[in-house]
Design a protein around this ligand. Structure first.
Ligand code: FUL
Length: 630
């Protein structure tokens, strides 16, 4: 009898332990680290949306206006925000962010707090309002609406004084309370001098508080968030390793962590600040007829897409409005070609309806099974037990299939976890797994293109994870071979830089460097010159010209000229200063060719370019090309 009791007790205990362990393991994984807010999650799911740069610069071929432009130059002939919305929708985009106020201070709405606005322009008899037209068109078309505002204001008289912060806060309030819901507030961290030569100490706490108050669901973009972060370049690629976590303490917009850190995030960062990749479809951000033939190719755009959306970042693709106030046909045609390329790439998910099995499943429970990876549902996922940090999932395609692209997703509502993984294919002749790719982070989405492989089984190996892996999606594709481009960071296509004037008779007098001729030969090689040496060129004879161009090295960290003096001379001894202490616009973040026009036509035999300041400190400065403009 006593024996039976003990046996019974033992049996009950065993039952209890099994039940207990099942309950323990069928609990969802504990969230890991910083997490996205519901608004950040919604934002991340948008993936791809449009930036529109529009303002006085649209009419002046400039990237940065200086705030002294006559507002009457803003006179678009045929504004049609519905056309922007239609174009964005057909391109597959989910929203539009407009440059409501750029560094020149010009407001695209009739602001009470400025005298430099659409109201002072000739457009629509002083009654125009781009923010109204665009927000209405977005609402009608079902796109989300976002606003870019630059605190740097080269026009406002209060800029550079403590009062300006309140002016900017009022401006912000106006924009955020009059045009309906705003999905993203884009703060430009650039901080330069205002009309009185002074820089401003920005009150970011105040600015953010205005957004929290009037648009609590809006994601705030800046170098360091808090909603999402700049990913450190304007060329269109997030880090191959890209964590959505970032340490932001002690930093502010304009005083951000190193560009590399912005590009990759921090593995153990304390805040959830996912990356947004902002890049322009043209070399510059604003429309200029000079760039009508320089719209990025489908290949470049696909590389950018895979290096942004495909690397755990949203893509904010700039498509400037032209002088009519519409999207130029060269850009819209390219966008349609790009959209159709994406559709062709991802039109048939070869893993759909196939089977998946994992080396480990959380509590062996069905709700965490590998089948969840193929069910197309966002909220069902595969996970392992808490202590299982490495595991594999095998997708069986049923028959040998050509595969050259994989899409993976981590279930980020529970945090970002995977730090290293590989993709393998089964080779049944050799009876072994063959490695196709080795990579680091996944995050919200990872897209990897690789050399085509014919196989029946693909294996995803999670090799390092900060907590048990939690993935909700695997897709496999055989994308058209012409879409397998760069697997590295996309490079901006280097454009051959010809001078408007023939350089046949030119010679570079200083500096004396063996390859100095390469700065006037129309090629894309870059020459480094000691900072104390100006460039002096003998044009061989008297020439007429009205401007010059400087092509820097196309690399964000390069020591390019950011401020300069430009002189001309008839004899190479007596110099006339044509430009004194002038900036090259946005050259640090977007190092592209800079065209500078003088106020009048010039005749001269010699030219001299003297660097005053560099975009990155160095003992040398870089020149790819210098030339003259007719
Ligand atoms: C930068 C600005 O200086 C550029 O002109 C452009 O607006 C880009 C998106 O942000 O900081």
């Amino acid at each position: 009898m006593k024996h039976r009791n003990i046996l019974c007790l033992f049996f009950l205990f065993a039952l209890f332990s099994i039940a207990n362990s099942c309950i323990r393991h069928t609990n969802a994984p504990t969230p890991y680290g910083a997490l996205p807010s519901p608004a950040q999650l919604e934002w991340q799911k948008m993936e791809y949306y449009m930036f529109v740069h529009f303002g006085p610069n649209t009419f002046t071929n400039k990237e940065w206006g200086d705030g002294t432009e006559d507002p009457s130059i803003f006179n678009p002939s045929d504004v049609d925000c519905r056309q922007w919305v239609e174009t964005a929708k057909k391109a597959g985009m989910k929203g539009i962010i407009i440059t409501a106020k750029h560094h020149d201070g010009f407001c695209l709405w009739p602001s009470k707090y400025s005298t430099h606005t659409v109201r002072e322009s000739l457009w629509k008899d002083e009654k125009g309002d781009i923010l109204k037209e665009l927000s209405d068109a977005c609402r009608e078309g079902g796109l989300k609406f976002g606003v870019y505002l630059s605190p740097w204001d080269k026009n406002h008289p209060a800029y550079g004084t403590p009062e300006y912060n309140q002016v900017f806060a009022n401006t912000l309030t106006e924009v955020l309370s009059n045009y309906g819901e705003v999905f993203e507030q884009w703060f430009d961290g650039a901080n330069g001098e205002g009309p009185n030569g002074k820089k401003q100490e920005y009150d970011w706490v105040l600015f953010n508080s205005i957004v929290f108050k009037h648009q609590p669901q809006a994601v705030i973009f800046s170098d360091v968030g808090p909603g999402c972060r700049w990913m450190g370049n304007e060329a269109g690629y997030a880090g191959e390793t890209n964590w959505s976590r970032l340490n932001i303490e002690g930093f502010a917009p304009g005083n951000s962590p190193a560009l590399d850190t912005l590009n990759t995030g921090n593995t153990y960062g304390k805040a959830w600040v996912p990356a947004e990749t902002d890049v322009s479809i043209r070399p510059g951000w604003f429309y200029s007829p000079n760039t009508d033939d320089k719209v990025k190719s489908v290949e470049e755009l696909l590389d950018i897409y895979c290096a942004s959306v495909g690397r755990n970042s949203n893509l904010l693709l700039n498509v400037p409005a032209d002088r009519r106030g519409r999207i130029h046909p060269n850009d819209s045609i390219r966008l349609m070609e790009f959209r159709s390329a994406i559709d062709r790439m991802f039109n048939k998910n070869l893993a759909k309806g196939k089977t998946a099995k994992a080396s480990a499943v959380r509590g062996n429970a069905k709700i965490y099974d590998a089948a969840n990876l193929l069910d197309g549902q966002y909220d069902s996922y595969w996970a392992t037990d808490d202590n299982v940090l490495t595991a594999s999932v095998e997708v069986n395609l049923g028959e040998k299939t050509d595969i050259n692209c994989i899409v993976l997703q981590e279930y980020i509502p529970l945090g970002q976890r995977v730090a290293r993984f590989s993709i393998e294919a089964w080779n049944d002749n050799a009876n072994t797994w063959v490695q196709l790719v080795n990579a680091t982070t996944i995050g919200y989405k990872r897209i990897l293109r690789f050399k085509e492989y014919k196989t029946q089984k693909i294996r995803v190996n999670i090799l390092e994870s900060l907590a048990c892996p939690v993935l909700n999606n695997i897709e496999l594709y055989n994308i058209p071979l012409e879409y397998i481009f760069a697997t590295e960071n996309p490079k901006i296509e280097l454009i051959k830089e010809d001078s408007d004037l023939s350089t046949e008779k030119w010679s570079v007098l200083t500096p004396h460097i063996a390859n100095i001729g390469e700065i006037i030969d129309g090629t894309t090689t870059t020459v480094s010159i000691g900072i104390t040496e100006p460039v002096i060129i003998d044009l061989g004879e008297k020439c007429n010209f009205s401007g010059f161009f400087y092509t820097p090295e196309n690399r964000v960290a390069a020591p390019n000229i950011s401020r300069y003096n430009f002189y001309v001379s008839f004899d190479g001894k007596n110099w006339i200063t044509l430009e004194n202490n002038v900036m090259f616009d946005n050259i640090k973040n977007n190092p592209i060719r800079q065209n500078k026009y003088f106020h009048k036509k010039i005749e001269a035999r010699y030219i001299k370019l003297l660097p005053l300041e560099l975009s990155n400190s160095s003992e040398v400065y870089n020149i790819t090309e210098v030339g003259l403009l007719k």
